[in-house]
Design a protein around this ligand. Structure first.
Ligand SMILES: *[C@@H]1O[C@H](CO)[C@@H](O)[C@H](O)[C@H]1NC(C)=O
Ligand SMILES: *[C@@H]1O[C@H](CO)[C@@H](O)[C@H](O)[C@H]1NC(C)=O
Ligand SMILES: *[C@@H]1O[C@H](CO)[C@@H](O)[C@H](O)[C@H]1NC(C)=O
Ligand SMILES: *[C@@H]1O[C@H](CO)[C@@H](O)[C@H](O)[C@H]1NC(C)=O
Ligand SMILES: *[C@@H]1O[C@H](CO)[C@@H](O)[C@H](O)[C@H]1NC(C)=O
Ligand SMILES: *[C@@H]1O[C@H](CO)[C@@H](O)[C@H](O)[C@H]1NC(C)=O
Length: 326
């Protein structure tokens, strides 16, 4: 009897979803709207622990915004440009180094530091008081960076330098010229030193350190591959290609030690790109692919990050942070 009742219930839910697919959409996806004129929430960093749910995003006009829940929304937290003026920069999309452009974000929980990869200003760091970020040491010749991750135990910071963005004036050529001047670097706060771990990368758009710090995954946006670079152990300083998904962007570790990566699949008929998030392990095996086309159409997403049973989605093309319940 109980079985029949639950079956009937299931049928009812099924019928409702068939008749009102928008219910399905609104139930599984919502968007957190940025303040007026702010665009391009490229990456997201949560504060430590699952308690607050407070997070930070970097937007195109150079601000780092803090999200304080549905009631309070986003507020200004910090910025990267040393000469930034709110009057000149707020609401713009890319006035260069004057306004700054935070691309990657990552927290080091125990020191409560927010590391920021700025497209023009290199690796920077911001304390809990926010405001003006400071450049981290010489940040490997002061070159700009794209993605950042922190090994929580050592506090070491891995970041990438997305080759062609060094000269923003010809960034648009970059994809066509198959640039391969990207690098993977490491900043050690204990010695204040930056070392280059890998060179000749083709658009390293994402980096994530493994839970135990033995390797880092790096995604190459231009050459369409994801590699595993060994940081320790017998294979230290070597790498293997683990996955060939198209247009791989940022990679974020989950609390269980696997990863979510933003990427794209190619539609057979039109050859257009479909934005997807993929859950994968450290061997590059994909367990799950979430298709974000219903909400992003053919605009690429840059990051997918799991928090509290939901996926937070960054994109340089939107005016919102997407939240997908799965
Ligand atoms: C947004 O941009 C429009 C057009 O540039 C401008 O009129 C408006 O004041 C801006 N709003 C805010 C809140 O900056
Ligand atoms: C900021 O202003 C100072 C003084 O005018 C100048 O030397 C420096 O280059 C500027 N920095 C940036 C990133 O615009
Ligand atoms: C990029 O721009 C710089 C300065 O305008 C120029 O010297 C360089 O040749 C350009 N590189 C490419 C690949 O177009
Ligand atoms: C870049 O790589 C793609 C794929 O291998 C190739 O089709 C294209 O010709 C390359 N472009 C240049 C300028 O080398
Ligand atoms: C790596 O890049 C450097 C500088 O661009 C170049 O001289 C070198 O030949 C490249 N190495 C490989 C293996 O492609
Ligand atoms: C990477 O994938 C994109 C999308 O399919 C394709 O247009 C591009 O040519 C690929 N690049 C290379 C170097 O294979």
């Amino acid at each position: 009897m109980a079985y029949i009742v639950s079956l009937t219930k299931l049928m009812t839910i099924f019928l409702i979803l068939i008749c009102f697919p928008s219910m399905l959409l609104s139930q599984s996806f919502r968007s957190l709207q940025l303040p007026p004129n702010a665009t391009g929430p490229e990456s997201i960093a949560f504060e430590s622990g699952p308690i607050t749910g407070r997070f930070y995003v970097g937007v195109a006009d150079g601000r780092i915004l803090q999200y304080n829940g549905p009631r309070d929304g986003f507020r200004d937290f910090g910025f990267t440009g040393p000469n930034r003026s709110k009057r000149v920069c707020d609401g713009t999309t890319g006035l260069g180094p004057i306004c700054g452009r935070p691309l990657g974000l990552a927290f080091h929980y125990s020191s409560n530091k927010l590391y920021i990869c700025d497209r023009y200003l290199g690796l920077m760091v911001l304390g809990s008081a926010g405001k003006q970020a400071t450049q981290v040491s010489a940040a490997a010749d002061g070159q700009p960076c794209k993605a950042v991750d922190v090994h929580q135990l050592t506090g070491n910071v891995l970041f990438t330098d997305f080759g062609f963005l060094r000269d923003p004036r010809n960034a648009s050529n970059a994809l066509n010229t198959n640039d391969s001047k990207g690098r993977l670097l490491m900043y050690e706060p204990s010695t204040d030193r930056v070392t280059v771990l890998m060179k000749n990368l083709s658009g390293p758009a994402g980096v994530a350190v493994s839970q135990d710090g033995t390797y880092a995954l790096v995604s190459n946006f231009i050459s369409n591959n994801t590699i595993r670079f060994w940081l320790r152990g017998p294979r230290a300083n070597t790498y293997d290609s683990i996955n060939f998904q198209e247009r791989p962007d940022d990679i974020k570790r989950t609390v269980l030690g696997d990863f979510w990566r933003a990427a794209a699949t190619v539609k057979q008929q039109t050859q257009s790109l479909v934005p997807v998030g993929q859950r994968m392990n450290g061997f590059g095996r994909v367990y799950r692919t979430v298709n974000f086309e219903p909400w992003y159409e053919n605009q690429l997403i840059s990051e997918v990050q799991e928090f509290g049973g939901e996926l937070y989605v960054g994109s340089r093309f939107t005016t919102f942070v997407g939240v997908y319940r799965f």
